[in-house]
Design a protein around this ligand. Structure first.
Ligand SMILES: Nc1ncnc2c1ncn2[C@@H]1O[C@H](COP(=O)(O)OP(=O)(O)OP(=O)(O)O)[C@@H](O)[C@H]1O
Ligand SMILES: [Mg+2]
Length: 401
């Protein structure tokens, strides 16, 4: 037997028969239990209000309320419901035993008492009760841990969402700022040229430089507008009918301000004149175009043959804009990485660059994909390493939902 139970457990004996009480009292006290007694059901219930026993030995036949009623009342009260009750009954009272179990008792012992049996049943039920209590405590702990965990997960998720939002805003801003660099460079170059050649400058080329400056400034304005629009979130009313052919022609005009594009690259243009207007945000598509042309120029900076071919075409569902270059091409294993933010094969802008070597932040294509999202636009790539690449902007005529 487990004598740990007896060391700390309180047993209440309820019996109107003094002899029975004495026998049990002696037996249990000698065994180490703390023993309380009551002579009838009502005084037992009263006593239990003050001291909760760990187990009750309950006689059935008593004056006043009998054992069954006492048991029912204790089981009806949530504060005493869980105290195990063992009925004490005479051997002949078989029917009563059944009724005893029905009222919520856990066991019964028969009179006259076998000491070993009484102790063993008490021990068993105390152990069961202890285990039940531990289980309940563990369950409570578990529920609390679960609750804490849920709170933690919620907090972490919110944190991650906030971080992600900040990161996206950061990336977009960087992308936009990045797009401002090129027109600023055009202004810088033109101003430098005006300054160094001011005296020698011919009137018509002077006019050209101011035209480039003017165009570059309008480009910056356009980018600023886009930036404002981005922060206001893309809204459908910002879409306007755009003719891709017109857009490409206007962008190329602007690009003529870039000396590398103007003087070092052969250009071929093929426009499908039947292309109709589709609803777009003009400045978004012009930035996409601009980024793709910049990449094409970068890819060709070391090449002998530098040629850019721009094609506009359409089928029933889409309008396409191909930008083909005779640049370095892309290795098949690198294709999947191109749209990742910050993926670049170019060195960052710094002092160690070779003169004219292109630099990169790796945000160009990522920005393109973001800018095409409002129109469900996509970019398709086909490339041969060492020979060149074709980047195709696909614009659905009917925006999908
Ligand atoms: N036309 C192309 N030919 C060859 N490689 C290309 C071409 N376009 C893009 N790439 C590859 O994809 C990478 C990512 O391009 P992306 O425009 O996103 O960034 P980047 O040009 O390196 O830097 P930036 O942020 O200045 O645009 C490039 O570094 C380059 O390796
Ligand atoms: Mg780029």
């Amino acid at each position: 037997m487990n004598d740990k139970n007896s060391e700390r457990s309180i047993i209440l004996i309820v019996d109107d028969n003094q002899t029975n009480l004495d026998v049990l009292f002696e037996l249990l006290r000698n065994y180490g239990f703390k023993v309380l007694v009551a002579l009838d059901g009502e005084s037992a219930i009263e006593q239990i209000e003050y001291i909760h026993p760990d187990l009750i030995l309950l006689d059935i036949m008593m004056p006043g309320i009998d054992g069954f009623e006492t048991c029912l009342r204790l089981k009806a009260d949530p504060s005493t419901r869980d105290i195990p009750i063992i009925f004490m009954s005479a051997l002949s009272e078989t029917l009563d035993k059944v009724k005893g179990f029905q009222t919520g008792a856990v066991d019964y012992i028969t009179k006259p008492f076998q000491h070993e049996e009484v102790l063993s049943r008490i021990e068993t039920h105390l152990t069961i009760r202890n285990l039940q209590q531990k289980l309940e405590e563990k369950n409570l702990e578990l529920a609390q841990l679960n609750q804490n965990l849920e709170r933690l997960v919620e907090q972490k998720t919110k944190q991650l969402i906030d971080q992600e939002k900040t990161a996206i805003i950061g990336r977009l801003t960087q992308g936009m700022v990045h797009n401002l660099k090129s027109p600023l460079q055009v202004i810088q170059t033109s101003v430098d040229l005006i300054e160094t050649k001011a005296t020698k400058i011919q009137e018509d080329s002077f006019f050209n430089y101011t035209k480039y400056i003017f165009q570059a400034v309008s480009k910056i304005n356009q980018i600023m507008d886009t930036l404002m629009m981005k922060s206001r979130k893309e809204q459908n009313q910002d879409l306007h009918p755009v003719n891709i052919n017109d857009l490409v022609q206007r962008e190329i005009q602007l690009l003529e301000g870039n000396m590398f594009f103007k003087n070092k690259i052969r250009k071929k243009y093929f426009y499908d004149e039947t292309i109709t207007n589709i609803p777009l945000i003009y400045s978004y598509i012009s930035q996409v175009f601009y980024n793709l042309i910049n990449n094409a120029m970068d890819a060709m900076w070391e090449r002998k043959i530098r040629e850019i071919t721009i094609v506009t075409r359409q089928d029933n569902s889409n309008i396409y804009m191909d930008i083909a270059d005779t640049g370095c091409g892309i290795a098949p294993e690198d294709l999947s990485k191109l749209f990742d933010p910050f993926y670049t094969s170019k060195p960052p802008k710094g002092e160690e660059q070779i003169e004219g070597e292109p630099t990169g932040t790796g945000l160009g294509l990522y920005t393109c994909i973001e800018l095409l999202k409002p129109f469900n636009g996509e970019i398709a790539i086909s490339s041969n390493l060492g020979q060149g690449s074709v980047f195709t902007v696909v614009l659905p005529k009917q925006p999908k939902n």
